[in-house]
Design a protein around this ligand. Structure first.
Ligand SMILES: Nc1ncnc2c1ncn2[C@@H]1O[C@H](COP(=O)(O)OP(=O)(O)O)[C@@H](O)[C@H]1O
Ligand SMILES: [Mg+2]
Length: 296
């Protein structure tokens, strides 16, 4: 494991956007996404870094983009540094494995969440109202229960602050009903296709989040997909509805933070090294299980 990267500066490229985890640069009409080892939780970037996380997210997204390429076009152009423009070759060492050249896309302001199991804010909404994102669910479901059919539960993509679950009707109002219907159907199909692969590796994808954009009237899948930052991954072997599940994803960090006295309104605390190490191991473990690869 090499040292963790807080940010990846490329002074000669115009910055397109600095997200919580990704540093994005403009490369002609394209974007270079460089994934740092930053980790966010409860809408805060934590002061601690998770070694190799940026590589894991990039390699796993690439694996999935290839796996689902027949379902929907995606933004990936290449992750091979040799295929990046000549001016970037001197950054090879820092960019290696953690960067992807992508098409620049106008992203819809909607987080497209698919849930096959009831967890997180889906479970919280259901407990309070029986409904999540406008979807009425059967009575008597337990925490982490499998749903009969995967459901599409969009959320707003807030520029600042917390994303909020919205109903499908509200999504239709935001981006139109034709696009919303298509995006919902694609999202469910992506979830089903990836779940089949994951289950063959002993992993349940409890829920996941996509982002989409539009070029020339074509819907394009962007951002990261089926990573431990964007999905809940539960080992089948320990799955037992009725409570929260052991998971190979960011939930481990959220659970740790929930157990501290941090108020989520002021800057978050450092993670103890034990939590950093365990998070790094979980991220590597899910990468290994899903891709059958031992190295990044
Ligand atoms: N192909 C793309 N074109 C334009 N923007 C993109 C593309 N892929 C992802 N994005 C945007 O880039 C950002 C990714 O950086 P990230 O650190 O994950 O940000 P955030 O803090 O918003 O989650 C997201 O805002 C996402 O919508
Ligand atoms: Mg993001």
């Amino acid at each position: 494991m090499e040292k963790a990267h807080k940010e990846i500066a490329i002074p000669e490229l115009p910055l397109f956007k600095k997200g919580k985890v990704r540093d994005m640069y403009e490369v002609e009409d394209k974007i270079l996404i460089v994934v740092s080892d930053r980790i966010s939780a409860f809408d805060w970037v934590l002061p601690s870094l998770i070694p190799d996380k940026g590589k894991i997210l990039t390699q796993l997204s690439m694996f999935w983009f290839e796996h689902i390429s027949l379902v929907c076009p995606n933004h990936m152009i290449t992750t091979k540094i040799d295929e990046f423009p000549e001016s970037l070759q001197k950054y090879k060492a820092v960019l290696d494995k953690r960067s992807m050249l992508v098409k620049k896309i106008e992203v819809f302001p909607v987080e497209c969440v698919v849930r096959g199991y009831l967890a997180g804010s889906g479970w919280k909404d259901y407990k309070e109202t029986g409904i999540t994102s406008g979807v009425k669910l059967p009575d008597g479901l337990k925490n982490s229960d499998r749903l009969d059919e995967p459901i599409f539960t969009p959320a707003t993509k807030a520029e600042e602050g917390h994303d909020e679950n919205i109903s499908f009707k509200e999504m239709q109002k935001l981006i139109g009903s034709d696009l919303s219907n298509k995006i919902r159907d694609i999202s469910i199909e992506l979830y089903q296709k990836a779940s089949l692969h994951a289950i063959s590796k002993g992993i349940i994808i409890a829920d996941t989040k996509f982002e989409f954009g539009l070029t020339d009237k074509e819907i394009i899948l962007v951002d990261e997909i089926f990573t431990p930052d964007s999905s809940r991954f539960w080992p089948v072997s320990s799955y037992e509805p009725g409570g929260s599940q052991p998971s190979l994803d960011k939930q481990f960090v959220r659970d740790y933070l929930e157990g501290t006295d941090w108020d989520k309104a002021s800057p978050p605390p450092e993670l103890p090294s034990e939590i950093v190490n365990q998070t790094a191991s979980r991220y590597m473990e899910i990468y290994r299980l899903l891709t059958d690869k031992d190295t990044l």
